[in-house]
Design a protein around this ligand. Structure first.
Ligand code: TXA
Ligand code: MG
Length: 357
């Protein structure tokens, strides 16, 4: 299959041009006719198909090489559409929608009859998200209002934050890729399960536990199974159990006081070099001169969580492009948005962490 690349131009004020609108409407028709189209969102690129058509969902699993027990998120472009695909919608959903939608928050609810089990990985719940990106919104509208979209990467790879990464993974497998530039946030949406009381976070993201808690007036916790890799608990978001986001080189996180971390990473780099292994580091701007590695990637200024999240996946992919075999990353605070960064980084590292005391 030849994959068409649709480039979004936008005008100077950031609005869609008439040409953009026509092109997105055409892409929407591809989805209506059962095809798959990758598109930008404010988090990462999604791989979209008609969420109400079981055959489209099967095609999504095939294109990604994704296990079919791992449910898809249904994207909508008007918040009231939540009532068409979900039932027994609690009042909390409206409160959260009023505050955070459109935006990087996914809610888990009981599914209605119109959502096929192929889309929900056999579950009787459905994940619903209303993204804020204007290209995503227009595409969802044009495609009929309900677009199932996992991240547009091959299963196991980091989610794509730019169209070129979607191309690397999906060229020849899908009808079209809409290139709308870089995703602003860079990490996938926060997932909150509203079928349990109190609601629970199944995947941390830009919308933090504190932000959800202040709107709902109660403490919101993160699913224990994703915080504790050694436990036998099963994550409640099926996708969180899979190895994910990992570069093909070995990634290790080194945590502790700055000086000790720099000393430890330097020692490990030296040992690797002596063995002839190509090395890489992922470090903050302030420390970039401290390391003698073959590839040095900067996560941003120290403590700048937004920048680190924005860069994380493209950094992980670039280590593969440069065929780095041994990678060391400085650690991040896990407070606020940092919980999402550390969740993805720990998964990418297969939870390999060295603590310097
Ligand atoms: O930001 C995002 O959410 C991106 C963009 C494209 O919107 N999408 C995304 O989708 O990250 P995906 O498929 O890569 O991740 C969806 C996660 C998986 O871990 C899946 O197991 C979980 O959501 N999930 C989906 N439906 C669920 C359900 N009914 N119950 C529990 N977890 C669910
Ligand atoms: Mg994904």
């Amino acid at each position: 299959m030849k994959t068409e690349i649709i480039k979004i131009e936008k005008n100077d004020s950031g609005a869609l041009t008439l040409g953009d609108i026509e092109a997105i409407e055409r892409a929407g028709r591809m989805i209506k006719e059962g095809g798959l189209v990758a598109f930008p969102t404010e988090t990462v690129y999604g791989l979209g198909g008609n969420a109400l058509d079981p055959e489209s969902s099967k095609k999504i699993y095939a294109a990604k090489g994704r296990p079919s027990d791992n449910p898809l998120i249904v994207h909508i472009s008007e918040w009231e559409d939540i009532y068409k695909i979900a039932k027994n919608v609690p009042g909390e959903a409206k409160l959260l929608a009023d505050t955070f939608w459109p935006g990087p928050l996914t809610m888990i609810l009981k599914k209605s009859e119109i959502v096929p089990k192929e889309t929900t990985g056999g579950l009787d719940t459905v994940a619903v998200r209303y993204p804020s990106d204007i290209v995503a919104k227009k595409l969802i509208e044009s495609a009929g209002g309900f677009v199932a979209a996992p991240s547009a990467n091959i299963s196991g790879k980091p989610s794509p934050t730019e169209a070129k990464y979607v191309c690397e993974d999906m060229d020849g497998r899908i009808c079209a890729i809409i290139d709308g530039g870089e995703g602003e946030i860079g990490l996938e949406s926060t997932i909150v399960d509203l079928t349990v009381s109190p609601p629970q976070i199944l995947r941390p993201g830009f919308i933090t536990a504190e932000m959800l808690g202040s709107v709902l007036g109660q403490e919101i916790k993160v699913d224990k199974a994703i915080l504790n890799p050694d436990s036998n608990l099963k994550p409640r978001a099926p996708g969180m159990k899979y190895r994910h986001y990992a570069p093909s080189g070995e990634l290790v996180i080194v945590e502790g006081d700055d000086e000790k971390v720099i000393e430890k990473i330097s020692k490990l780099l030296k040992e690797d070099k002596e063995k002839g292994i190509k090395t890489g580091v992922m470090v903050c701007e302030e420390h970039k001169e401290k390391y003698d590695a073959d590839v040095i990637k900067i996560t941003g200024k120290r403590g700048d969580q937004k920048e680190a999240a924005h860069r994380l996946y493209s950094i992980l992919r670039s280590f593969d492009d440069e065929d780095v075999r041994s990678i060391y990353s400085e650690s991040f605070s896990d407070k606020g948005f940092g919980a999402a960064i550390m969740n993805r980084l720990l998964k990418a590292a297969g939870h390999k962490v060295i603590s310097c005391k």
